[in-house]
Design a binder for this molecule. Structure first.
Ligand code: 4AD
Ligand code: MG
Length: 460
């Protein structure tokens, strides 16, 4: 049986004669006859107050029980006369497990997010970061729950890959070659001598692998880490992030958009219902509009709009954009934010993008200009989902691979799925950290992942 934690005691129905708790000290206040210690063990946002009588034999160690220390307390759970909490602990014994000297960095209540990023190994001991990572855990569970309730199978797609799914060349290489003495053949790196006998990379997306399972198990998803060597230092990009990628067999772009919308609304509702204590912290201290934004997502249908019409709206907006919106160009985040925050004031699904700005695997539309792609854009963040119906016609897919200058032999297995019982299918990728930003109002993606990796930053 698991030992009860602070959360369990705070939710207790009755007073308890004999309990014990291990936790970290948040604060200590001393009066003549007592010390009041606020303890937190990470089980919930709230602390529990411990009263230590100065007459206790173990009281002599109280001066070492400072902010950050780990302690073990035995005592009684009694009704608290103070406001704001129902229960407190009257200690009969207190023991210091791990001291935290005066240089413990989290003495003050408030620190800047920038500073806390430099101590990412300690920041989950603050209220805000504790709350973020509890929500992150619950939300991961909710993602699986969403798919399992709908009979989607979780496929563990590989992290080491030999192909570039997005064709954007943003791959990190993996090698065991001696960097001081790289073997060459005809002036080029001889990858035959490398670990796999060929070039190997960290995956940018599990999509191509999960598509093959879609063509056998039907509805599937992958949820794992993905890696991008994009040199963009924005508040929405990190080099290692987690992505959720469902793939549905016998499905088209309409089905894809419907699934994306249903999933986002389900996860927002889950967070409102199941993480309310932690969420309240963000609504109070991080984004005063947070609950309105989230309820707006749950209560209203998303707008569905062809890319071409979106460009038209942007061009007619009379807004002074930094980048001129033009057909054939990718939307910038300022455009995405205009559509979601000012024009429609809710999430927008854009679809049918020009084929030249999208990946090779997207299904070509009959106009020969656009592909059956869709992006879901949300307020504050912009793109949160990118997906498409897949090109299931062998000849078209091969043509795209050739046009993009990819090596056909790298994609033989992917092409095989179009050779043997090819079927219409569609899927998307949801950036897990961007979803967490939406749910918490946190404005920098580095603050919703335990240890962020960005260009020139690899601490911890
Ligand atoms: O639009 P993207 O590049 O789509 C794909 O990778 C497809 N293979 C997905 C699929 O159809 N199965 O990425 C999908 C989402 C983006 O919408 C964004 O939310 C997130 O992944 N994302 C990032 N999140 C954080 N940092 C980055 N550098 C990201 N790049 C993409
Ligand atoms: Mg995208």
């Amino acid at each position: 049986m698991m030992k009860p934690r602070i959360k369990d005691y705070l939710n207790s129905d009755t007073a308890l004669e004999s309990i014990s708790i291990q936790a970290w000290v948040r604060t200590r206040r001393d009066s003549k006859a007592f010390s009041f210690i606020e303890l937190n063990d990470g089980s919930c946002l709230a602390n529990i107050q411990v009263i230590v009588d100065a007459t206790l034999a173990s009281y002599e160690i109280i001066k070492n029980i400072s902010t950050g220390a780990a302690v073990s307390v035995r005592g009684k759970l009694v009704e608290s006369p103070g406001k704001g909490q129902r229960w407190e602990i009257q200690a009969s014994h207190i023991e210091l497990l791990g001291k935290a000297p005066e240089d413990f960095p989290l003495q003050k209540k408030r620190h800047s997010d920038e500073y806390l990023r430099t101590i990412a190994h300690l920041r989950p001991r603050t209220n805000k970061y504790g709350a973020i990572f509890r929500i992150r855990s619950s939300l991961s569970h909710a993602v699986h729950q969403f798919f399992q309730e709908r009979d989607f199978r979780w496929i563990h797609t590989p992290i080491i890959t030999g192909s570039d799914c997005e064709g954007a060349g943003e791959l990190f290489r993996i090698t065991t070659l001696d960097m001081e003495n790289i073997p060459e053949e005809n002036g080029k790196v001889d990858y035959q001598q490398d670990f796999f006998g060929k070039e190997a990379m960290l995956t940018v997306s599990g999509q191509l692998s999960v598509e093959t399972f879609c063509q056998s198990l039907g509805n599937v998803y992958t949820f794992g880490p993905t890696f991008r060597a994009e040199n963009s230092n924005t508040s929405r990009h990190i080099s290692e992030f987690w992505m959720i990628e469902p793939e549905m067999a016998f499905a088209d772009l309409q089905d894809d958009m419907a699934l994306g919308e249903e999933m986002i609304r389900y996860l927002v509702k889950f967070t409102i219902d199941k993480c309310s204590d932690d969420l309240a912290l963000f609504a109070k201290f991080v984004d005063k509009n947070l609950m309105r934004t989230l309820e707006n997502i749950v209560d209203n249908d998303f707008i569905r709009l062809p890319y071409t019409e979106a460009i038209d709206i942007l061009q007619k907006s009379n807004k002074d954009f930094e980048f001129e919106p033009a057909w054939g160009k990718d939307l910038q985040s300022e455009h995405e934010r205009y559509l979601t925050e000012q024009h429609f004031k809710r999430p927008v699904i854009l679809f049918d993008y020009p084929k030249d700005i999208k990946a090779f695997y997207m299904r070509q539309n009959d106009d020969n200009l656009t592909v059956a792609a869709m992006d879901i854009l949300v307020p504050s963040i912009g793109e949160i989902i990118g997906g498409s119906q897949r090109e299931e016609r062998y000849d078209n897919l091969l043509k795209r691979i050739q046009e993009m200058g990819f090596r056909e032999e790298d994609y033989w297995w992917y092409l095989d799925t179009r050779k043997y019982g090819t079927a219409p299918h569609a899927g998307f990728g949801l950036g897990f950290e961007r979803l967490l930003m939406l749910l918490t109002g946190v404005s920098n993606i580095r603050d919703v992942i335990p240890f962020p990796r960005t260009p020139k930053h690899l601490e911890f």
